[in-house]
Design a protein around this ligand. Structure first.
Ligand SMILES: [Cu+2]
Length: 615
């Protein structure tokens, strides 16, 4: 029996695409960007609906269509001019083919001694938006190139620096070739393959087994484990989506996902200054998800979820093993040894992991939702893969592009994610409080000046709720349900605990500051609106900016007595180091959701004592 929030099946994708085609409003040249379940809560609508984003032709325009799946009726058809969906894979290949055919490109390669096009790796990138007239009305990509002596080489070790092309992806037309001069290819092949790195010795076998099977139950996309219940699926752009997350039947989140992310680069040079990638909205964290393999990506007793995703022709394909579900030991959960009696109670912490890994060009992002036995919830993002590189030849090191290997540098950059948390802590109506822990003024009542205490500020409207993290004051944000009290009279709450996390470092007047406005604050809160799903707006590709959170919250809507959505921008600023080359050891970022007075005591007292601890 299908759950109403289940993602579209391949058959439903077929129904939706056929309905839109049968409308007669599209030509054969139309491309399907995304075909997904329309899961926005809209009063008065019932039944499963599909939302399709279609590009009718090569122009910068698209159509959002809505299809009622039970009847195949097209009930929504909205045309938008001047916007583009995520880059298409087919169009990306078309851009590469067009570049291969281009005389000027071939000549520029020949000047560098490269005549075999089979040795040239071309990476199309989203081009951003800098008011360049040539790009108006087009869907374009900026292509950067790398050299592979052998097909299996690490191309990023040998950037063909100095050469770039602007390509109209939809028309397969090279618009502009930029050649700033020849830079020698680095010698280091940047191999991370075992044949070049004989394995070290000394790793004793480590077996993780669950001889009686897993401790969680999966029914379709529904998951139950240790008090938790939730629905898990994969969105083509957002990646993992959690819905109806509850503990002991008490709701916490209606929907949680990475609504957008951006990678702004800090090198201002002509070949790198335009580099900014919205890896969710311009590429897609779900449609780029890996098929995960047992013993490699996930260890232990594993269950997988597949994901059905439409391709550009509207045909449903399946990413097998796109989401990995497993339990893992995560150290101790709690412990105390009584000094007088010697009695010791200790509990192991088991967590349930819901994960997926996306490969976006040179980089990998692993998304790991952890459900804990103390009813806390965590998202950890693991960043790995290969950095975007730059050939330097004999050039002097530049502060914004540290050297990582001889003749090779990597521009500084950030990875800034925006989690959209449609919260429902013990009910739909919540409010958000900022909690700082601050010193109390010395004086009466604080004679030793040692006093410090939480200072709570209710965030009552959208503008007031544009906030920054402040680790020095242990700043956090509590999502409070004022209508429900715990045993000591406090309103029940879940606290969003940020890690020490940056915001956007690009200058205020920059193009990326306008386009990735969500990344200028760590917290935003909005009243629930079904159309507000993506932190940088629905269509960030080549968008000039202002869409999404900065635009919505300019209205300064009230956050009192209403359903609210919490948006958290978090991430890392990556200053490349030689140790990140040729492949980067995992770096992590993320945040935590912690019950605060949601329970009357530690909810994990009933976790059984491990057998080995008895006696
Ligand atoms: Cu990085």
């Amino acid at each position: 029996m299908a759950h109403p929030l289940d993602p579209l099946t391949p058959e439903e994708i077929g129904v939706a695409v056929a309905a839109v085609r049968a409308s007669g409003r599209l030509t054969d040249g139309a491309r399907f960007s995304t075909v997904t379940l329309d899961d926005a809560r809209r009063p008065g609508t019932t039944g499963r609906r599909a939302r399709l984003v279609v590009v009718p032709g090569p122009e910068a325009s698209l159509v959002e269509a809505t299809v009622v799946l039970a009847t195949g009726d097209v009930v929504g058809w909205e045309s938008h001019d001047g916007v583009r969906p995520a880059l298409g894979f087919g169009e990306s290949l078309g851009a590469i083919a067009a570049l291969h055919e281009h005389e000027g490109f071939r000549a520029a390669l020949a000047a560098r001694g490269i005549t075999d096009l089979g040795k040239v790796q071309v990476d199309p990138w989203p081009t951003g938006s800098f008011g360049i007239a040539t790009e108006e009305g087009r869907r374009v990509a900026r292509c950067i190139c790398y050299y592979r002596e052998e097909p299996g080489d690490n191309g990023y070790a040998r950037p063909i620096e100095g050469l770039q092309a602007l390509v109209d992806m939809a028309r397969g037309e090279v618009l502009e070739l930029l050649d700033t001069g020849i830079v020698p290819l680095p010698d280091d092949p940047g191999s991370y393959f075992p044949e070049d790195h004989p394995p070290r010795a000394g790793l004793a076998p480590l077996a993780i087994t669950q001889p009686q099977g897993v401790g969680f139950a999966v029914d379709g996309h529904e998951l139950r484990w240790q008090g938790w219940s939730l629905h898990v699926s994969l969105d083509p752009l957002e990646g993992i989506v959690l819905r109806d997350v509850a503990y002991d039947g008490r709701s916490i989140l209606r929907r949680a996902s990475i609504s957008e992310m951006v990678v702004p680069y800090g090198d201002p040079g002509p070949l790198h200054g335009w580099k900014n990638a919205f890896d969710a909205g311009e590429w897609g964290l779900g449609r780029l998800a890996n098929s995960l393999t047992h013993g490699c990506d996930c260890l232990g007793e594993i269950r997988y979820l597949d994901a059905a995703i439409a391709d550009e022709q509207g045909s449903a394909g399946t990413i097998a093993n796109a989401i990995c579900l497993h339990e893992e030991d995560a150290g101790i959960l709690w412990k105390h040894q009584d000094l007088f009696t010697g009695r010791t109670e200790v509990r192991r912490k088991r967590r349930l992991v819901v994960s997926s890994i996306a490969t976006v060009g040179n980089y990998e992002y692993g998304f790991y939702w952890y459900l804990h036995q103390d009813a806390s919830l965590e998202l950890e993002v693991k960043l790995t893969g290969i950095m975007s590189t730059k050939g330097t030849g004999e050039g002097r090191p530049e502060p914004y592009s540290p050297a990582i290997a001889p003749g090779l540098a990597a521009p500084v950059h950030q990875h800034l994610f925006c989690a959209r948390l449609d919260v429902a802590v013990d009910g739909p109506v919540n409010e958000v409080h900022e909690v700082d822990v601050a010193p109390l003024p010395a004086g009466d009542g604080n004679p030793w000046a040692n006093g410090f205490a939480p200072v709570v500020t209710r965030l009552t409207s959208e503008r007031r709720a544009r906030r920054l993290a402040d680790p020095a004051r242990s700043r956090s944000w509590a999502v409070v349900n004022p209508a429900v009290r715990n045993a000591v009279g406090q309103p029940v709450a879940y606290r969003l605990v940020p890690r020490a996390t940056p915001t956007l470092l690009a200058g205020e007047g920059s193009s990326i500051a306008a386009r990735a406005g969500f990344a200028t604050r760590n917290l935003w809160v909005t009243p629930y609106h079904p159309g507000e799903r993506r932190a940088a707006g629905d269509f960030p590709n080549q968008h000039p900016g202002g869409a999404g959170l900065p635009g919505w919250t300019a209205a300064d809507r009230s956050l009192v007595g209403t359903e609210v959505v919490v948006w958290h921008t978090f991430g890392v600023t990556h200053v490349p180091r030689p140790e990140d080359w040729p492949v980067m050891p995992v770096e992590t970022t993320g945040f935590q959701l912690l019950p605060i007075g949601f329970f009357d005591r530690n909810p994990a007292l009933d976790v059984p004592r491990p057998d080995q601890c008895d006696g």
